[in-house]
Design a binder for this molecule. Structure first.
Ligand code: GLN
Length: 390
């Protein structure tokens, strides 16, 4: 038989999703794949029940139901100040995973280069391969994850047609400052590049840090393809509702890609989610407080267990340093951690371009009781996880 498509040979299955399967196999507390174990807001599940009873149950307009796009445009204006035309500047997608893929396929041709900050969310590598683009990496240097503007310029000089910006960042928790975003903006302008953003953690930001939507920077609306999602903001990762916001010219192309990829996001879920998009400010304040308290609980626990870690400014991930255990393979460490210690994590190497094997990623989008159970196990990590090379 012929070999299967060459484009699929360049990547493995998702390590994040694999770690969920491994955690489940060992009955570990799963802090690997980032999704909540608490319920979405009750008003939202009530709206879903209503949509189940009353519909719609058939396709929505391919680029998203009108009431969803209108509610999204209103919410987006409220938080970013940006005027978005729901008729011409939005495509509703099946999660931001499709939004990012659709953005890449709309912008790059096979052989084009795309700049990606490292560490990066693992999908971007696969997105680049599937769209035929060659990634050019820009290091974010631990522990503060700052970048060198010259490295960004170098990526553009090498011909990067677009830059992918995940802000707040998964996995390092960085929230880019206005100064940093301005540097990226002026270079994108200078080299006439697009910026594809992944802003799914826009509402999960810890004081005093603030998320600034990249498209709101002067001159950036035309060249930014903003990808977002309802998954994290409303704790509905399984609903697969995401979106792209961009100029009418870009959206016109993205709609076509989206139409032939998926036809559309689930109509009854879009209908129900309008309720969430209309939530008032107190919802977002509550979300921020909830995640701040979960972050503080989890970081305090790691401190108590003596595990060195990053302190996220946004999103819900922590990178923990496992150097002391002496493992050459962080994947092996995570497998042992799930089996022996009973906690699931993602090996850091799946996020870094550089040869990094001493970091693992935990997420803390979990009930306090779940985090406490994980921390209790992590307190005994040095008894349960064998050390190497001693
Ligand atoms: N964004 C989440 C993570 O990084 C989950 C991603 C996914 O599995 N779609 O873990």
């Amino acid at each position: 038989m012929h070999r299967l498509a060459a484009r699929t040979q360049g990547f493995t299955d998702s390590v994040i999703r694999r770690m969920t399967r491994i955690s489940n196999a060992f009955n570990a507390v799963n802090l690997s794949q980032g999704f909540p174990d608490f319920d979405p807001p009750a008003e939202l599940t009530a709206a879903l029940a209503k949509a189940a009873a009353e519909g719609p149950h058939q396709y929505s307009i391919t680029w998203g139901a009108a009431n969803f796009r209108e509610a999204l445009a209103r919410k987006h204006k409220h938080f970013t100040g940006m005027e978005v035309d729901p008729e011409q500047e939005i495509v509703v997608t099946c999660g931001s995973t499709e939004a990012m893929m659709c953005a890449m396929m709309s912008v790059v041709d096979p052989g084009d280069k795309v700049a990606v900050f490292s560490p990066f969310y693992e999908n971007y590598g696969a997105d680049a391969i599937l769209s035929g683009a060659e990634p050019v990496y820009i290091p974010l240097r631990p522990p503060t994850f700052e970048f060198d503007p010259e490295e960004v310029e170098k990526a553009f000089k090498q011909g990067a047609k677009a830059l992918i910006l995940c802000n707040p960042s998964n996995p390092c928790g960085k929230v880019f400052t206005r100064e940093e975003l301005n540097i990226i903006a002026s270079l994108a302008e200078k080299y006439d590049a697009y910026v594809i953003t992944d802003e799914v953690y826009e509402h999960i930001v810890y004081k005093p840090f603030e998320h600034i939507a990249f498209a709101t920077l002067p001159g950036m609306k035309e060249r930014t393809i903003s990808c977002g999602s309802l998954s994290k903001t409303y704790s509905i990762t399984g609903w697969r509702l995401g979106y792209i916001i961009a100029s009418p010219e870009i959206i016109d192309t993205a709609r076509k890609v989206h139409d032939f990829l998926t036809v559309g996001a689930a109509a009854p879920l879009q209908e129900a989610a309008v309720t969430a998009l209309n939530f008032g400010d107190e919802y977002y304040k509550g979300l921020q407080e909830k995640y701040t308290s979960l972050r503080n609980l989890f970081l305090a626990g790691l401190d108590q267990a003596g595990i060195p870690h990053t302190t996220p400014q946004g999103a819900y991930y922590v990178l923990a340093d496992i150097s002391e255990f002496g493992y050459k393979s962080d994947l092996e460490f995570c497998e042992v951690l799930a089996e022996k210690c009973g906690v699931g994590a993602v090996p850091g190497s799946s996020f870094f371009r550089e040869n990094v094997n001493h970091l693992i990623r935990f997420h803390f989008a979990k009930k306090e009781s779940t985090l406490s159970a994980a921390l209790e196990r992590l307190m005994h990590i040095r008894e349960t996880v064998p050390f190497k090379g001693r």
